[in-house]
Design a protein around this ligand. Structure first.
Ligand code: GTR
Length: 421
């Protein structure tokens, strides 16, 4: 049984950068069955919402619905953190950057591994700089060929380059560098902070035993947080640290993530309003895409392939998604009125690109309550035509990945909406 689960995970992991479309699922828009979304402008007790104040009063109850039925409850216990400098280089990347590596320790839980944060600050900066905050899939050393990055010593997926028995080796360096245009980000005046998502929980069904969920929460409860909840929590703990960095303007922290990490980024952005903006790159099912649309990945499939990602209760909707009291447009709305970017790719039908657009469009109603325009496009645009105002969306050509095209849009979005609100 364990072998079966591991094999399934291997196949699914390979999906991370492909155009694969698992067979037996619907990819035909004309076959999407009619569905009714939960009403956005309504309180959880059924009253109409007409003002931003009413929305905000209902916000905790809506967050609670997502926690109870989908992602699980994030423990509210305050956790004492200790930040330790592991290395600083004032001449990193040929003098372009200051590179800091910090360990975030959990004072009261010495058994937990620290979150290792890799922070690049642009050297030629004036004042405090805004920062992109995102988790990575294979360890900090995988995002750049910079030889000064400390090699992760945590469990890593075997599929990555240079990984032997789930441990990174020198050969793993730069494996994902094409997804992280560090120099471009720095040259545009932004800092970049990243950490390995496996630091708080290795991504496999029993990974929680080595992670934060072994110390916080209650694994016997069906509303206990899942791995996505732990990764979202990790993003907030990174922000706790980033707020202490004098060269950063942590009020302009933009959380971003790709695929499963995009789901975590959205959940982090919804819960933690300190994030000034949120970017979801092909987050798909359980992320930006509407759960009720039967297109691409389904609730049942994601819960079966990744039983550890969501809370136990989410599985009770496997065959009855319409009974789920929430849908993903409400998750996006929880980010309002902050800027939000939802990105899809043509070669990633599994993530249901149109379902991501429709969700972003529906969330737009919330921005109106704040007197702002969210999404002003009526239907999903053609490829490589970004649309929207405070909610932006694009459908680019190419496979499931993060490309320079995606980053170009995110930097423009940040320039326009985060730096000059
Ligand atoms: C897939 C999964 C998607 C997405 C993706 C990824 O296998 O079905 O929901 O999260 O993995 O993270 O690459």
């Amino acid at each position: 049984m364990r072998l079966k689960v591991n094999c399934l995970l291997c196949c699914l992991l390979l999906y991370m950068e492909t155009t694969a479309q698992p067979a037996g699922y619907n990819y035909d828009e004309s076959k999407v069955a009619p569905y009714t979304l939960p009403t956005l402008l309504q309180t959880t007790t059924g009253n109409r919402i007409t003002t931003a104040a009413q929305w905000e009063a209902n916000r905790p109850a809506l967050l609670n619905l997502f926690a109870e039925h989908e992602y699980g409850q994030t423990p509210t216990t305050p956790v004492a953190l200790r930040f330790q400098i592991r290395s600083i280089d004032n001449q990193a990347l040929g003098g372009l950057a200051i590179r800091k590596q910090m360990a975030i320790y959990f004072t009261d839980y010495p058994q937990l591994a620290p979150i290792m944060v890799l922070l690049y600050l642009p050297k030629n900066k004036i004042g405090r700089v805004p920062v992109f905050v995102g988790l990575n899939f294979f360890g900090n050393h995988s995002i750049s060929n910079d030889p000064g990055i400390l090699l992760s010593n945590r469990w890593v997926h075997n599929e990555a380059k240079g990984v032997v028995n789930n441990r990174a080796t020198e050969a793993s360096r730069g494996y994902q560098a094409h997804q992280w245009p560090v120099e471009t980000i720095l040259n545009r005046g932004y800092a970049l902070a990243t950490a390995y998502y496996g630091d708080v929980e290795p991504d496999h069904p029993t990974g929680w035993k080595q992670g934060v969920r072994s110390a916080l929460g209650d694994t016997t409860k069906t509303n206990n947080w899942g791995a996505l909840g732990a990764w979202a929590w990790q993003l907030s703990r990174m922000l706790d640290y980033l707020q202490t960095e004098p060269d950063l303007d942590a009020k302009r922290a933009i959380v971003l993530g790709h695929s499963r990490i995009g789901k975590a980024a959205l959940w982090a952005g919804a819960q933690d309003t300190r994030f000034a903006g949120v970017i979801s790159n092909e987050s798909g099912e359980g992320g930006a895409a509407l759960a009720r649309r039967n297109y691409g990945e389904t609730v049942e499939r994601i819960n079966t392939s990744f039983p550890h990602w969501f809370c136990g209760k989410f599985k009770t909707y496997n065959k009855n998604v319409s009974a789920l009291p929430v849908d993903q447009h409400q998750l996006l709305a929880l980010i309002a009125p902050r800027p939000l970017y939802v990105a899809s790719a043509e070669g990633d039908q599994w993530s249901d690109p149109n379902g991501e657009f429709l969700s972003a469009k529906a969330a737009g109603a919330l921005y109106k309550l704040y007197g702002k325009t969210g999404m002003d496009a009526d239907k999903q645009p053609g490829v490589n035509q970004p649309v929207g105002q405070r909610i932006r969306y694009h459908y680019r050509t190419g496979k499931h990945s993060v490309t320079d095209y995606d980053w170009e849009q995110y930097l423009k979005f940040a320039d326009e909406l985060i730096t000059r609100p």
